[in-house]
Structures are given as C-alpha cells and as structure tokens.
Design a protein around this ligand. Structure first.
Ligand SMILES: Cc1cc2nc3c(=O)[nH]c(=O)nc-3n(C[C@H](O)[C@H](O)[C@H](O)COP(=O)(O)OP(=O)(O)OC[C@H]3O[C@@H](n4cnc5c(N)ncnc54)[C@H](O)[C@@H]3O)c2cc1C
Length: 422
C-alpha cells in the first residue's frame, strides 16, 4: 500500500535535519524527526568551541569558493538559501547575531546551545513530532516504492524520507555513519569518508619533543611534492605527540586532499614580522651581546625553550659552543631555520577526531536543486552525509542549513503532490 498522506520522516536531528524538518513543517507537512540521541543537536552544541560559528557573513559566491570540491553541486541550494538568508532565519527565530574576524557569524550570547534551543522551539511551534529512536533501514512497498523507515523501536510510514545523519567524525555525538549504510543499501555510491579539518601526523620526531608547545603569530606555508605552495596562513599552531594541530593546522588540512599521490611539507616561519636582513641583525646582536654564553642559552632568547634542543640538532651547532665562536655559515643556517622550519606530513589524524568528514553520498546521484535521490524517488539528503565539505569559517554549517532547507521544501512539495494525485 503506497503511503499517500503529507507525511515526512527526517532521520537525524542535527543541524541539517532540524533545518529540513522545520522547512518541511513550515510548508505544511506533518513531520516526524527521528534522532537517536536523547537530545537534538549534540554536535551543533560543541561547534565553534561552544560558540557556534553558524555561517559566514559573505555572498553565496564567496561561500562557494570555500568549498574545495563539488561546490557546483551546492550552487542552487546556496542561491536559494545564502548566508544572508541563514542570518535572517536565525534572527527571525529570535537569535541575535554578531560578525567577527573573517566574517564569522556567532550568536551574540556566544552560546551554541542557544542555536539548538532556537531551532528546537521552532520545531515545537510547527508541531514537528520528535521521536528519539535510531533508524536502521529504509522500507519499500511490494511495488518497490519508498514507504517508510524501520528503527530500533518501531516502523514509521512515509513515502518521503530525508536522510540527515551526518558523517563519521566525533561519533560520540551520534554521527556514526548509519546514513551511509542506509543509502548504500538502496543503491547509492558512498565516496570513501576521509577526515578534514583535522590535526596532522608528522614524520619528524621533533614534534613529540616539542609536544604541548603552542606557537602564536607564526606563518605557515604548505608545499606539495612539486614544491608548489598549496596553502598559506598566519596564526596559531601546536605541536602534539604525533605531529601538529591548532586552528591554522586544521584549516590547512582541508587543502591536503591527496595523500595517496602527493606528499606535503609544512614550512613554518617562526619570525614572520622580521625580514631576513632584520632577523640577521637581531641574531648578530644577540650573539655579540652575549658572546661568552653558550649558543644554546642565547637561542632561548630567540625561541621558546622547548624548541632550543630541536634547533640545536638541526643547525648542528653544539649547544656549548660559545656565542662568539658561531661562524657566519652557522648563523646563516640558524636564520634559514627560523624563517623556514620544515616538518614533513605523513597524513591526517584519525577521522573520529576530525571536525568534518569529507566524502559521503555521491553528488551526481542527487538532484542539486531539491536534494532528492536520483536513485530512489522520495528519498532526500541534507548536510554532511553528502560528499561536500568546506573550509573553516562557518561554511560547513552553511552547507547544513542550505541543503536542509532545499530538502525540506522539496520534500514537503512532493508530499503534498502525493496527497493531491492519489
Ligand atoms: C568540534 C566541532 C566543531 C565544529 N565547529 C563548527 C563551526 O563552528 N562552524 C561550522 O560551520 N561547522 C562546524 N563544525 C561542523 C558542523 O558541526 C557540521 O558540519 C554539522 O554539524 C553537520 O550537520 P549534520 O546535521 O549534517 O550532521 P550532524 O550534526 O552530525 O547531525 C547528524 C545527526 O543525526 C543523528 N543520527 C545519526 N544516525 C542516526 C540514526 N540512525 N537514527 C537517528 N538519528 C541518527 C545523530 O545523532 C546527529 O544528531 C564543527 C564540527 C565539530 C565536530
């Protein structure tokens, strides 16, 4: 028996699922939102270090430029629901917003819970039925039409289903890849999930030696195997037991997309404010002023203490060399290291620790304007489950809002068409 009522089931109560459910309900659909956790928006609540960078105050075109692959797929969704629409939407829900450095938009309260609360309140106002249950598979009628969802605690009939189960990173928030399995079971291709916005594992032992050391105001350049600069940034980073992390590294990681074929090197400028000539003068001055001291001690005036043994090893200047015995050549080597401290990247950290999962349901199998599956009529996708991901700056949540909005509106339309024509 085909299901003909204007009912929609949304699987996943994260950013994309809540937006899809709300958009569908606003169009008059009866929506059931299935969320496996006891609360909605667990991941949303930890975004932006608990402050939720919910979008970026820029145009749709600028936002698309921050999506490294399959950005064309998002063109239609971003045109209909651009960052400005996202801001208007949240302000309409009663959430005051502010724009910070890099056009990053946050709630004025600096509290991500307020974003979830605003969405939850709107879902209630629009009578969305929220059920805490874990979806397991999509159900089909004998005729082969989508007719519902089987979950752990029961079945939910609907000819229209929106899959918004997220990726596989931060699995403790509920995103464990269930949606990939459900989509694959009905014939969709899943582009292998990979971590993005993630710390990097490095070959050099020096990282472990300096673990815990945080560098501020350093410049980073990422080179590929052909010595081409693929990313440049300025800011903060951290050495860890396995490599490097911190805001600048997470942003850089999204540009390192081909570990199988390419090799990447990080070049860190420890003194970006000083050009080579000025830095050289500073080194000469320090060595002259402290001519009777050991080179190692002079160095600790130039770089953080935990970096000194690493620089000594790399310059090959014995630590106890007196400052006045350092040769011009050795000084040159030190200068080069301070301006270009190289670390070789082995790969990304584990996907569970990634901010974003890159990969997911293949975009060519989804209608870009509606987010409807080209394989299964009545099935829609929204959010991180789709093979799209973006750089930092609020763009990933923008993807969740825009695709959620597109899927919710189109699903509601399809549901009401089903009522009309059956
Ligand atoms: C630490 C951290 C910080 C971040 N900060 C930012 C930021 O500041 N700005 C930004 O733009 N992006 C940020 N992101 C990325 C952003 O959180 C994601 O892009 C966004 O949450 C994706 O939304 P989604 O709804 O697609 O998936 P999710 O938020 O992962 O939601 C999926 C939901 O589906 C539920 N679910 C899964 N399987 C089932 C099932 N079988 N049945 C029922 N429910 C199910 C899950 O429990 C979950 O609630 C951050 C991510 C992390 C991890």
């Amino acid at each position: 028996m085909p299901v003909t009522s204007n009912e929609i089931v949304v699987i996943g109560g994260g950013a994309a699922g809540m937006m899809a459910a709300l958009s569908a309900a606003q169009q008059g659909a009866f929506v059931t939102l299935l969320e496996r956790n006891e609360k909605l928006g667990r991941k949303l609540n930890i975004t932006g270090k608990g402050r939720c960078n919910l979008t970026n105050n820029c145009t749709a075109e600028e936002a698309l430029a921050h999506v490294p692959c399959n950005s064309r797929f998002l063109f239609s969704a971003f045109s209909r629901f651009d960052p400005q629409a996202a801001m208007n939407f949240f302000e309409y829900l009663g959430l005051a917003l502010k724009t910070e450095r890099g056009n990053r938009v946050f709630p004025v309260s600096d509290c991500a819970y307020d974003v979830t609360d605003a969405l939850r309140a709107a879902l209630r106002r629009h009578h969305v039925r929220i059920v805490h249950d874990r979806a397991q598979e999509l159900l089909f009628s004998e005729e082969g039409a989508l007719c519902g969802v089987r979950a752990e605690r029961g079945c939910y009939s609907s000819a229209v289903v929106i899959l918004a189960t997220g990726g596989v990173s931060y699995p403790a928030t509920g995103s464990t890849g269930d949606g990939y399995r459900m989509a694959e079971a009905v014939g969709h291709t899943i582009i292998a999930p990979k971590p993005s916005l993630i710390s990097l594992v490095c070959r050099d032992e020096c990282c472990a030696q300096m673990q815990g050391l945080s560098l501020r105001n350093v410049a980073l350049r990422v080179k590929n195997q052909k010595n081409k600069t693929i990313y440049e940034d300025f800011g903060e980073m951290l050495f860890t037991d396995k490599g490097v992390s911190g805001p600048m590294i997470l942003s850089a990681s999204a540009h390192l997309r081909n570990y199988e074929k390419d090799r990447y090197r990080l070049q860190i400028d420890l003194k970006p404010a000083l050009d080579e000539e000025t830095l050289n003068r500073r080194i000469v001055r320090d060595l002259e002023q402290q001519h009777n001291r050991d080179f190692g001690n002079v160095l600790s005036g130039l770089v953080p203490r935990s970096m000194v043994p690493v620089l000594i090893a790399r310059t090959e200047i014995p630590a106890h060399t007196k400052a006045n015995a350092v040769t011009r050549q050795q000084r040159r080597r030190l200068l080069e290291l301070l301006k270009c401290f190289e670390v070789e990247v082995m790969g990304p950290g584990p996907i569970e620790q990634a901010i974003i999962t890159s990969g997911g349901v293949k975009t060519t199998e989804i209608q870009p304007a509606t987010m409807e599956s080209k394989r299964v009529p009545g099935l829609y996708f929204a959010g991180e489950i789709i093979d799209v991901d973006a750089y930092t700056g609020g763009f990933n949540l923008q993807i969740a809002w825009a695709t959620g909005y597109a899927a919710g509106c189109a699903a509601a339309q399809r549901g009401s068409d089903a009522v009309l024509y059956n």
